[in-house]
Design a protein around this ligand. Structure first.
Ligand code: ZN
Length: 328
């Protein structure tokens, strides 16, 4: 009987030991650290690169203007609980600076993704008065470097995941290269003198540099500055003189300034229309193709090309874009 009890105890011990030994292996796929990101474009990079090794939270959703966004108490709580924080930087999140500094001072890993890029890729437009332009994601080739920054920082934080991060980043970067080539090809189908992109604010300088388009934003670098009557008149002059067919609204900005351009042009006998809504500083609805970085840029470029008289498939690079018939 005693021997039987000993045997039983041994079996219990054996199962405890094997549970302890095997459990960490079985749990490896579960997230084991927290990442908080500001804009959707950065959240999309981290989701793609970190996969399920991290619990990822993006603070700014669809239609949110990062220039004006003030963090809520819930956001501050999430930032304080995070292990790693990624934000855009170059003053894009102008009203979050204090919160981000507080989190960094508390000893967290806090990274401004665009501020870690090679300076030669950053634009410093004259009208920005010595500041860099933060809208780097508008050029898929420049944004690819942001993916490399995130990959390297995740490897630094969690070296055990290095292979996963490298493989995931490579897959994402491959699609980004395909996107860049698609954009280049369809943007070239637009008549050369129509290659002018007029939008609500100055978010498209990187796009203009990469694809050789002239870009005109009614409001400046940040949406915090108001456009004046003179700005509207000047742009109407360009539209009329060059017979530009379409201008574009943005999902994060009120449409009144762009509507003023349409009215101003009409008053001078030139019909310009609103060519569609572009995702400038935020992606589309969560769970949709337009709610991903690839889908956002695919939507923008496909919309621009079709409105300016070029040729692009209605459903974009991968046949995944929503069309007006979908009722969305
Ligand atoms: Zn902006």
């Amino acid at each position: 009987m005693f021997r039987g009890r000993q045997q039983g105890l041994f079996l219990v011990l054996l199962s405890v030991v094997s549970f302890v030994l095997l459990t960490p292996v079985a749990c490896q796929a579960a997230p084991h650290y927290r990442v908080v990101c500001t804009t959707g474009m950065i959240t999309d990079i981290v989701r793609n690169v970190a996969g399920d090794r991290a619990e990822i939270k993006g603070l700014m959703g669809e239609g949110v203007d990062p220039h004006l966004y003030k963090p809520t108490r819930t956001d501050i709580g999430a930032l304080m609980r995070a292990d790693v924080v990624f934000y855009n930087g170059l003053l894009l999140e102008g009203k979050m600076t204090d919160a981000l500094i507080r989190v960094a001072v508390s000893g967290k890993k806090v990274y401004a993704v665009t501020e870690l890029l090679d300076e030669q890729f950053l634009l410093e437009p004259a009208e920005f008065q010595g500041l860099y332009d933060p809208h780097v994601w508008m050029d898929p080739d420049a944004w690819a470097q942001a993916v490399e920054v995130v990959r390297d920082k995740l490897i630094e934080f969690d070296p055990d995941g290095a292979t996963t991060y490298r493989d995931n980043a490579n897959k994402y970067l491959t699609t980004m290269r395909e996107l860049s080539i698609y954009c280049e090809q369809i943007l070239q189908t637009v008549d050369e003198n129509q290659r002018v992109l007029v939008t609500a604010h100055d978010a498209f300088n990187y796009f203009g540099r990469r694809f050789d388009y002239e870009v005109i934003g009614i409001q400046g670098l940040s949406t915090q500055s108001e456009a004046g009557v003179k700005d509207i008149e000047r742009i109407v002059g360009v539209l009329v003189d060059r017979k530009i067919e379409a201008v574009f609204v943005e999902t994060t900005i009120a449409t009144r300034n762009v509507e003023a351009l349409v009215a101003g042009s009409a008053a001078r006998g030139h019909q310009v229309r609103i060519g569609g809504k572009l995702f400038s500083d935020a992606m589309g609805a969560p769970g949709t193709y337009e709610g991903t970085y690839i889908g956002m840029i695919d939507h923008n470029v496909t919309t621009i090309v079709r409105a300016l008289g070029g040729e692009a498939p209605a459903r974009g690079m991968q046949g995944k874009l929503a069309s007006p018939e979908d009722g969305r």
